[in-house]
Design a protein around this ligand. Structure first.
Ligand code: AMP
Length: 398
């Protein structure tokens, strides 16, 4: 039983092929710069001996249909063409329409199209992936797995902005939240580790990658999350500002003469860690901070201060917290960020063990809290593709 997971961007297709019985990845890869002269396909297949065979080609890939054809052809040549029971598509925005993974038909495609104004960069690319996969594999069921779906359990007090009500009813202006697949996956793994049903767990999950968000999970359901209408709200990120006074936008338009598009680009691509210190790779920022660089030190401090504020806020939202979970590139690999974020949270029941914390996850779940800490602190490697594959399988099996 194989499931193919596709993550389509405007000029790239990432894929992983899973053997669901063994929960193992059989093949994976990336076709990038689609439509450009220097497009490149990197396709890898794990052999029976566990070693990966790698095939990199740089023949031009004119469009997404050709990209998928290359992928399917590579799978066929590796003897992995059969046994496909489903294709899972990552879809960024499901709006209020989609609250769970959904088998794709014409109506679902129309529903995803209807969310394009909310995710103008992402949903059209996701739709393109769906269309080419349905054309290439008409006999295989296709499932849409939405980044927003896990957060559709937010209560109105958490998802409504304090704006005129008509902006919500007429334009869908509310908080949706993102990274739902990752938050759901690590929450499930954390509950397994705690030895309790997810429905009995209150968790705070911090997905800290180049994009970053925190979620408050009550009884297994998302009840608050830091991203909003778009992924721009909340934590400081690699290149996104996260929370800021909306007046900054008018000020920049009036005083710096920037257009709405220029401000949007500035806040999404030139801000966050990059804005503060010129770099968005935390490894380099940590090294620069160790070497005494003041801008890098400040960037780290702002990042951790914002994160700590959210942890405290979500402890207040939940009342009781069973575990605080760190995941994604920074959450899994930076003991410094975990220690700084948890500093001073002993009053909330969070105490780290410095020795246990001073490790990287390397694919394993780590418990990094001190003996006697009321709140468990866990490092749980995320696997969004596996979560999409599992949800796809559950969906096609009805
Ligand atoms: P992601 O978006 O989940 O791939 O995470 C990317 C972020 O994780 C980047 O800021 C990386 O610098 C950071 N990261 C990856 N590995 C490490 C590491 N060993 N130490 C600190 N940060 C890391």
């Amino acid at each position: 039983m194989h499931v193919l997971v596709l993550n389509c961007g405007s000029s790239s297709v990432k894929y992983q092929l899973f053997d669901m019985a063994a929960e193992s990845v059989l093949a994976w890869g990336l076709v990038e710069r689609i439509g450009e002269p220097e497009s490149r396909a990197a396709l890898q297949v794990r052999g029976a001996d566990g070693d990966a065979a790698r095939e990199v080609t740089d023949d031009p890939v004119p469009d997404h249909a050709e990209a998928l054809e290359r992928i399917l052809d590579a799978l066929e040549r590796a003897g992995l063409g059969g046994d496909l029971v489903g294709v899972g598509h990552r879809v960024v925005h499901g709006g209020e329409t989609f609250v769970a993974p959904t088998v794709i038909d014409g109506q679902v495609i129309a529903g995803i199209k209807a969310q394009v104004p909310l995710a103008p960069l992402h949903n059209p690319a996701n739709l393109l992936g769906i269309e080419v996969a349905m054309a290439a594999l008409p006999e295989v069921r296709q499932v849409a797995v939405f980044d927003t779906a896990f957060h559709q359990s937010l209560p109105p007090r958490a998802y409504r902005y304090a704006l005129p009500a008509s902006l919500y009813t007429d334009y869908g202006v509310r908080r949706y939240g993102f990274h739902g697949t990752s938050h759901a996956y690590v929450a499930r793994r954390a509950a397994e580790h705690l030895g309790r049903p997810l429905e009995a767990c209150n968790l705070i999950t911090a997905h800290l990658g180049n994009g970053a968000s925190v979620t408050a999970i009550e009884g297994g359901r998302s009840v608050d999350t830091s991203m909003g209408l778009s992924p721009l709200e909340g934590l400081v990120m690699g290149t996104r500002s996260g929370d800021l006074d909306p007046a900054v936008v008018f000020h920049l338009m009036r005083e710096a003469g920037l257009s709405a598009d220029e401000v949007e680009r500035l806040l999404n691509r030139e801000s966050g860690l990059k804005g503060l210190c010129g770099a968005n790779d935390l490894r380099h920022i940590e090294q620069r901070a160790r070497d005494g660089d003041a801008d890098a030190t400040l960037a780290l401090e702002v990042f951790c201060h914002r994160l700590r504020k959210y942890l405290g806020a979500y402890a207040a939202v939940l009342g009781r917290v069973d575990a605080l979970v760190f995941t994604a590139g920074i959450g899994e690999n930076s003991p410094t960020v975990r220690a700084e974020a948890c500093r001073g949270l002993a009053g909330f029941g969070v105490t780290l063990d410095p020795g246990r914390n001073d490790r990287r996850a390397d694919g394993e779940l780590l418990a990094v809290h001190a003996e006697g800490s009321a709140v468990a602190v866990l490092v749980v490697p995320t696997d969004e593709e596996l979560e999409i594959a599992e949800q796809t399988l559950a969906c096609v099996q009805g």
